[in-house]
Design a protein around this ligand. Structure first.
Ligand SMILES: [Fe+2]
Length: 310
């Protein structure tokens, strides 16, 4: 284990934490709501599921919304929504036991009946915890539209505090860490739903990621984006950590959006061992501290330095 990694907690709390089951939505604020909404609707082909008080809601198909876009300073990670196992009452009890304050809101978002809103460690970003979203009724196997919202990555100052918050309070499990600066955390069978990279220069969003059904689905999307003169900032490549095939492009505000497929799947929730894949480095492959060698970021080719700043 490298120096610094010993500070990172890799287990959950002794007292039962909140049990987050899914990343449900993210909030983007922007001076130009129409431009960002256009990118999600006409570029990524999400479906507009609502508009309320100037906020535009779009979905990948299952949930009422995957992204909310509202007027404000440019911020690609202005809020998050996580679905939880169990009731909000139980979730509230667990937050109280962890000493985390929250606000109970009725109808916090369209399609969500009730939520508990907490402040994220360090950033104070509002996080809405809720039981379920109403269905959009759109279905999800349509054209180039992504299958689902996958994960959200951010810059943080204190990675150990991030582990404390997401593992100790919200019940995430540790998936992997590159060096002592880039951690990947999971809340279901997907390898990661939240990842955090330390930075002394940047804050907020690193990237938000949407899942494509397979490589051909991703290819169709890239051809579609090319018709709109949207070009990739990085990729296609295959990450080492998570082993997803990735591409990254920027929205009109410069927020990076990843489109990915073939993300690792957890085979054993207890140990975090992954379903075996031919491109794995180890069998079985499980949670570990990765050397920050180029292959951890891209097994296929070059590294974009913008994605490794810390
Ligand atoms: Fe990612």
């Amino acid at each position: 284990m490298e120096s610094g990694t010993a500070r990172l907690r890799t287990d959950t709390a002794e007292a039962p934490p909140v049990s987050v089951s899914k990343l449900g939505f993210h909030v983007v604020t922007t001076p130009d709501v129409a431009a960002i909404a256009e990118h999600y609707e006409r570029g990524l082909r999400l479906v507009r599921s609502g508009e309320e008080d100037g906020t535009v809601y779009l979905t990948t198909g299952g949930d009422h919304h995957s992204v909310a876009i509202r007027k404000g300073d440019p911020h690609g990670r202005a809020g998050l929504g996580f679905e939880v196992h169990g009731s909000l009452a139980e979730t509230g009890e667990r937050l109280r036991a962890a000493g985390v304050g929250f606000e109970h809101r009725t109808d916090p978002e369209p399609g969500i009946a009730a939520g508990l809103v907490i402040a994220e460690f360090e950033s104070g970003t509002p996080i809405t915890l809720y039981e379920a979203q109403e269905s959009s009724g759109e279905g999800s196997v349509v054209g180039v539209r992504p299958a689902k919202l996958g994960h959200i990555a951010s810059y943080v100052e204190d990675l150990a505090a991030g582990h404390e918050f997401y593992l100790g309070v919200l019940g995430f499990r540790w998936a992997d860490t590159i060096g002592d600066f880039f951690s990947f955390l999971r809340c279901n069978a997907d390898h990661h739903a939240v990842n955090m990279m330390t930075s002394t220069k940047r804050a907020g969003l690193h990237h938000v990621a949407y899942e494509m059904r397979d490589f051909m689905h991703l290819k169709e999307m890239l051809d579609h984006l090319a018709t709109r003169d949207i070009r990739m900032a990085w990729g296609p490549g295959r990450h080492g950590v998570g082993h997803n095939i990735f591409t990254y492009h920027a929205d009109p505000d410069g927020n990076f959006i990843e489109l990915f497929t073939e993300l690792d799947v957890i085979a054993d929730d207890e140990t975090g061992v992954l379903e075996p894949r031919p491109w794995h480095e180890e069998w079985p492959q499980g949670p570990k501290f990765w050397s920050p060698a180029p292959g951890a970021a891209n097994k296929w080719g070059w590294i974009n330095p913008d994605f490794l700043e810390h």
